[in-house]
Design a protein. Structure first.
Length: 121
């Protein structure tokens, strides 16, 4: 990804103009919107050999926040165990259970096949 970042900050001095059909224009706009990129940035990424992913939905950020909270709780348990020599087994079991449940939800969302042919066609 370093290369893509370097390309983004290069001074652009060459302007390109080209013609598109209405359908091509519509597809370009839609794909740029789905990736949260400008049309120019999307084209530059494709030229550089990168295929951008769709921007994640709010579920992604909710999962990341949940994982962060669970990680913080497990870290607190570890710190307490380190300072006192005792582990709160109930709390640890509860947090590990939350983590396992979240992992299962993410796996179902990410690994199960989903028909998305209409999104990139």
């Amino acid at each position: 990804m370093k290369r893509a970042r370097a390309i983004r900050f290069q001074k652009r001095i060459i302007k390109k103009q080209f013609w598109m059909t209405e359908s091509e224009d519509s597809q370009l706009k839609e794909k740029a919107q789905k990736t949260l990129l400008s049309e120019a940035a999307l084209i530059r990424m494709l030229i550089a050999g990168y295929e951008p992913k769709q921007a994640p939905g709010k579920e992604f950020y909710e999962c990341m926040n949940q994982m962060s909270r669970i990680g913080s709780n497990i870290n607190q348990i570890a710190a307490k165990a380190n300072s006192t020599g005792q582990i709160d087994a109930g709390w640890l079991e509860q947090e590990v259970g939350k983590l396992q449940k979240l992992q299962a939800q993410i796996e179902m969302k990410v690994l199960l096949p989903e028909d998305r042919r209409d999104e990139w066609q």
